[in-house]
Design a protein around this ligand. Structure first.
Ligand code: HEC
Length: 235
C-alpha cells in the first residue's frame, strides 16, 4: 500500500522522500508563533498574541500529515529500522504533538497571555529544533568522506551511497550497523548475509529483492546501480 504511493509518485516524476519538504509547514509556523509571542509578551501586544495562537493551531493541524508522511518515509527508505536518529524523532515528534495540543487548549482556556504560555511556546520551538537536528543527521550525518583517489563513476556511486545506503552500512569496516559493513565487499567470495557468490548480478538482485530486512531499491536507475558497483569495488 505504502510502496504503491511511492511508485505512483515516481511515475509522475517525484522520487524524493515526502517528509522533509512537509516539515517546513509546521516548523515554520512554530518559529513564527514563537516570534509573534515574544513580541506580544515584551511589548504587550494582544493582537500579536492572537496571531501566535493562530500559527500554533495551524501548526497542530499540519503536524499530523507531516508525522504520517514521516512514518511512511521511514518504512519506505529505512525499512522501519530503529536507527538512533529515528528513535529520537519518534519521541520528539510525540512530545511536539502533545506540546502543541497543550499550547492550543491552554491558550484558549487561559485567555490571557501568561508566562506559562510563553514557556510552552518556547518548548515547542526547542522540540522543533531537536527534530530538525536529528532529521539532518539522518540525511547528512553519516556521510562517508569520498577520498581523493575515488574518481569518475565511483565518485558518483559514492554520492548515491551517501544518500541511500550509508545510514545502514559502514564502508570502513565489516561491522554491523543496521546491515553488514561493506568494506572489501567485492573482494570477498560470498555476500555476508545471503551467502550468495559475489557478482554484479547478485548485487543487483539484493537491491531489487533484498535477502531479508533491507528495504528494496528497485527504483534506482541502471546507471545509478552501475556507479554503486564501481564505488563498492573501491572499498
Ligand atoms: C534501512 C537499512 C538499510 C539500507 C538503507 C540499505 N541496506 Fe543494505 N542491508 C541492510 C540489511 C539489514 C542487510 C542484511 C540482509 C538483508 O536484510 O537483506 C543488508 C545487506 C546488504 C548487502 C549484503 C547482501 C547479502 O547478500 O549478504 C549489500 C551488498 C547491501 N546491503 C548493499 C546496500 C546498498 C548498496 C544500499 C543502498 C542502495 C543499501 N544496502 C541500503 C540494511 C540496509
Amino acid at each position: 500500500m505504502i510502496e504503491s504511493i511511492y511508485q505512483t509518485l515516481a511515475k509522475i516524476g517525484y522520487t524524493h522522500p515526502l517528509h522533509p519538504p512537509a516539515t517546513h509547514l509546521p516548523a515554520g509556523l512554530i518559529i513564527g508563533a514563537f516570534v509573534f509571542a515574544l513580541i506580544a509578551w515584551i511589548f504587550n501586544r494582544k493582537n500579536l498574541a492572537q496571531t501566535a495562537r493562530h500559527c500554533l493551531v495551524l501548526a497542530l493541524v499540519m503536524a499530523v500529515p507531516t508525522i504520517l508522511l514521516g512514518l511512511m518515509d521511514w518504512q519506505h527508505r529505512f525499512g522501519g529500522a530503529y536507527l538512533f536518529e529515528i528513535k529520537m524523532k519518534l519521541v520528539l515528534g510525540g512530545i511536539l504533538l502533545l506540546l502543541l495540543l497543550v499550547a492550543v487548549v491552554y491558550a484558549s482556556l487561559a485567555g490571557a497571555f501568561t508566562k506559562t504560555v510563553m514557556a510552552i511556546y518556547a518548548l515547542c520551538l526547542l522540540t522543533v529544533i531537536g527534530l530538525g537536528y536529528f532529521g539532518g543527521e539522518l540525511v547528512y550525518g553519516t556521510k562517508t568522506p569520498v577520498g581523493e583517489e575515488i574518481k569518475g563513476l565511483a565518485a558518483e556511486g559514492a554520492q548515491v551511497f551517501n544518500q541511500k545506503c550509508s545510514v545502514c552500512h559502514h564502508t570502513d569496516s565489516t561491522a554491523i550497523k543496521v546491515g553488514p559493513g561493506l568494506k572489501g565487499i567485492f573482494k570477498q567470495d560470498k555476500f555476508p548475509m545471503s551467502g550468495l557468490s559475489v557478482s554484479d548480478e547478485n548485487f543487483r538482485k539484493q537491491l531489487k529483492t533484498p535477502f531479508s530486512k533491507m528495504p528494496p531499491f528497485g527504483h534506482l536507475s541502471d546507471e545509478q546501480v552501475n556507479t554503486l558497483i564501481d564505488y563498492l569495488k573501491t572499498l
